[in-house]
Design a protein around this ligand. Sequence first.
Ligand SMILES: [Zn+2]
Length: 306
Amino acid sequence: MAVFDQALIAITLDLEMVRHYPKRGMLEWDYEKGNVDAATKRYAVRAAEVVASQGGVIHYFLVGRALEQADVRWLQHIHSLGHPIGNHTYDHVYLLAQSGPELQYRFRRCPWLVEGRTVLELIEENVRWTSRAFQHRLGFPPAGFRAPGGYSSGLRGRGDLQRLLQYSGFDWVSTVYPRHMTSRPGTRPDKQIVADILRAQQPAQPFHYPSGLVELPMCPVSDVAAFRGQRWRLSWMLEVLEKIVEQALEKKMAFVFLGHPAVLLVEDPDLEILTRLCRWIEREPERARLVTLDELARRYRCALAS
Ligand SMILES: [Zn+2]
């Protein structure tokens, strides 16, 4: 494992619609992840402005189909504030799928969209379309790649996918989300669960595959796991995040926070998570730095070389 000289913390927000938000039972988003609604865009832009005003940076990832919308100025505004935006596939496809329909709900309902092609061809197309849409609609290329979902073993044992993403222009990806214990829905995480989330930061540290592709995992606990899965209160989430950051400071670890504006606009309307993360890091200028995933990948390579 690479050893950093300080804690490296990244705030990452995935731009897409999320099932059960803004209301429980809303599942139709599964078929149109990229049809980002006005409230989600407003939250994403506010987050960009608030974090930039505190001297910080957010690394966004975008579902490419959102670039079919008429107005993409919100994304240009976010980018103009200095926040990078990466590729999150066109339809939010499951990279470890075994069949075309398994790639995404949309293809289960509309199998004719994927007939006659291999899973790998479909993934390549979904990644390429997104990068092409970035160039056409935004005028800049995507900054890195994040897998929809997140897999406990990432792309280990999948040299084909590693090569596909390297050929698609990426030298780092974010595909790992390690397993961790969860609390019963609506109950405060107890000591054992918090300890397990702290333990799970270890398998969520940057590493590289035999292909040389760098992996920058998403670190527990994500907003989806905390709020949708375990129905935590915001105060419980803030307590757990503070402990994770304390551990990262103490052990000079990476912490990549994963959030979704579509979720946070309901669970954290006043952007407390983002402002606190910025404040905790600001308090420790020597011991911690807020980074983009591009910088985290650079720092990982430097740490390995030294
Ligand atoms: Zn996603």
